[in-house]
Design a protein around this ligand. Structure first.
Ligand SMILES: [Zn+2]
Length: 313
């Protein structure tokens, strides 16, 4: 029986090789790309998918650390376009599922993490609120939606509404959800999806392969925060990570991709670059605090191959 990797390598060649247009474009379009990932599934299918995608990327692109994306450095002998891998949120499955595969392919990546969550072991507030809202009965959920001014009681609509409430109102609403769900116990499936890495786990990552970036202290949506809270979420995040890790933390990722001129200026005081959720290739001479990315969560090999050439479509 062929090793799994060989079978998928063959499959990847077939899929990509079958699309002449994609192949031609990849010869022409040499613009660097940054991929955006979050959690990864640790079941056999999820692992196969990620392995196939890394196999495809490592053959058709040069996987580089984030800061090499905008450096003028080029390897004359290697004309493949550059791609950088980024994983947001510091989820434990990045360590248990993605990291072994990144090592296997010697693929560098940046993990954007939130030190406040690592320290407390808490989930991102939106993950926690989502899981708690799901166990509320429909009537209570609707009533809560009305309380906070959400248009309907559906879970995702409520989360979207919560994200852009004023800071103090959002904190109150999140606490109200906790009060409404005192018996909440995360399921094993939720834990695999939403648990974040501990400090020990983060420090166990090989710094030659994995760069740690900042994703705000507590994953707050940064637009509309009071100035001192914004400074703590941005500058405080960097100070905390550098103190724990004992090395510089140079790159930032806006939670939910949300930024304003004030947020961007604050990030610019503390970091060398910031990635967004804007979809696209990295242009020549990019705005370093508005770097676009290509979403790749759960993408099939065919989807990924397509998005690398047509990020928006
Ligand atoms: Zn995030």
């Amino acid at each position: 029986m062929k090793p799994v990797r060989l079978v998928f390598s063959h499959l990847a060649r077939q899929v990509v090789g079958s699309n002449i247009a994609t192949k031609l474009l990849s010869n022409v379009l040499r613009q660097p790309r940054i991929l955006m990932l979050h959690g990864v599934d640790g079941d056999p299918q999820g692992i196969r998918l990620l392995r196939a995608n890394l196999d495809f990327l490592s053959r058709h692109f040069r996987i580089v650390p984030l800061e090499e994306i905008w450096s003028a450095e080029t390897k004359r002998s290697d004309r493949r376009p550059k791609v950088a891998l980024t994983f947001d949120d510091g989820l434990r499955n990045n360590l248990t599922v993605a990291y072994p595969l990144l090592k296997e392919f010697q693929a560098p990546a940046t993990f954007f993490v939130c030190p406040g969550l690592i320290d407390s072991g808490r989930w991102l507030w939106n993950h926690e609120c989502r899981a708690r809202l799901k166990i509320l009965d429909e009537g209570t959920r609707h009533q809560f939606g009305e309380e906070i001014g959400a248009t309907d009681g559906a879970v995702e609509a409520t989360i979207r509404h919560l994200k852009y409430l004023p800071y103090a109102a959002r904190l109150n609403a999140a606490q109200r959800i906790r009060d409404l769900t005192p018996a909440f116990q995360p399921t094993a499936v939720d834990q695999l999806k939403y648990d974040v890495m501990s400090w020990e786990e983060l420090k166990s990552l090989d710094p030659r392969l994995i760069a740690v970036g900042a994703h705000s202290t507590n994953h707050e949506i940064l637009t509309g925060l009071p100035a001192e809270v914004l400074e703590n979420e941005v500058g405080g995040c960097r100070t905390w990570l550098e103190r724990e890790l004992g090395r510089p933390v140079k790159h930032f990722c806006y939670p939910d991709g949300a930024y304003s001129v004030d947020v961007r200026d604050c990030v610019g005081k503390h970091f060398a670059s910031a990635v967004t959720t804007r979809v696209g290739w990295v242009p020549d001479a990019p705005a370093l605090f508005e770097l676009p990315r290509i979403p790749a969560d759960g993408a099939s090999l065919r989807d990924l191959a397509w998005r690398m050439q047509r990020p928006g479509g």
